[in-house]
Design a binder for this molecule. Sequence first.
Ligand code: PHE
Length: 348
Amino acid sequence: MSLTTFLAELDGLIQELEKDLDKASSISQLEEVRIRYLSRKGRLAEVMKGLPKLAPEERPEAGRKANEIKEKLSSLWEAKKRFFEQKEKEERLRDFDPTLPGRIPPVGTLHPITLVIEEVSAIFTSLGFEVVLGPEVETDFYNFEALNIPPEHPARDMQDSLYITDKTLLRTHTSPLQVRTMLAKKPPVAAIAPGKVYRRDSDLTHSPMFHQIEGFLVDKKVTMADLRGTLTLFLHRVFGSETRVRFRPSFFPFTEPSAEVDISCVMCGGKGKVAGKTCRVCKETGWVEILGCGMIDPAVFKMVNYDPEEYSGFAFGLGVERIAMLKYSIGDLRIFFDNNLRFLKQFV
Ligand code: PHE
């Protein structure tokens, strides 16, 4: 083979490649062209087989030319590839509508129990109460003894309380916070204590864990009228000012006198009937029980070294789930603890 033929064959590859590149109409066809010309068994490699057949003095020039052609072939091919890529990008952009709204990431909502705790806390802090917190694993002293609940009292029964050891249990109410707070502060004190409480109970309206909010106020000359005024204002804010509030005598070991508070039924407005049928919320009585309260028993004051001759105070405890059920018309308590997003997302 002569040098002239070799060089002509190399030059010929350029035109051939250009023709094939023109015909290629997709990325995959373009890849076929690359294999046909530039792979180890491609056209260029084939022509290169002629190199050793040239005279030794011709080889340097032939080699240089071969490299030049190789570069040229590659760059022609690369240019076509960029052209395809650009075209593809333009097509993608043509289908892209920049005026479409972005995807909104899912945002969580507050649990209805949290909402009620926040609302109640806001009402009481606006009245000057502070928020205090305490442990859920409580000692017998704070949960019972200091609250004037003697060892034989039925509230201590293993049936109701969840004991950890002889002397420690999961608190059965938030009332231990009365004792903890009063031991830590001198009067006047006004505080609320929201949190989880535990009892061995489970059905449609009872859950072994639920939430309470304790409230108490101690100062000189605090009377039952203060208790009544404070709770009435609070209940009007939560359920609306048309709501009627009724105090019924009751008993708690740590308050004397004690009362239970009812409000006119939120479902039937106190009429006892909804569309001629028995109201399922108040069972036709027109009232629903909402909290327990009373004047703090002097026996409790003695336990925390407050002088019952000098100070008096009131306390109350309310069930958060109960308020949430009435406020949002929820019939089954268990739905609060099911973690069902379709339920939870309704509360914003
Ligand atoms: N601790 C009582 C309960 O759990 C409620 C209560 C609190 C009653 C404060 C009176 C005063 O039932």
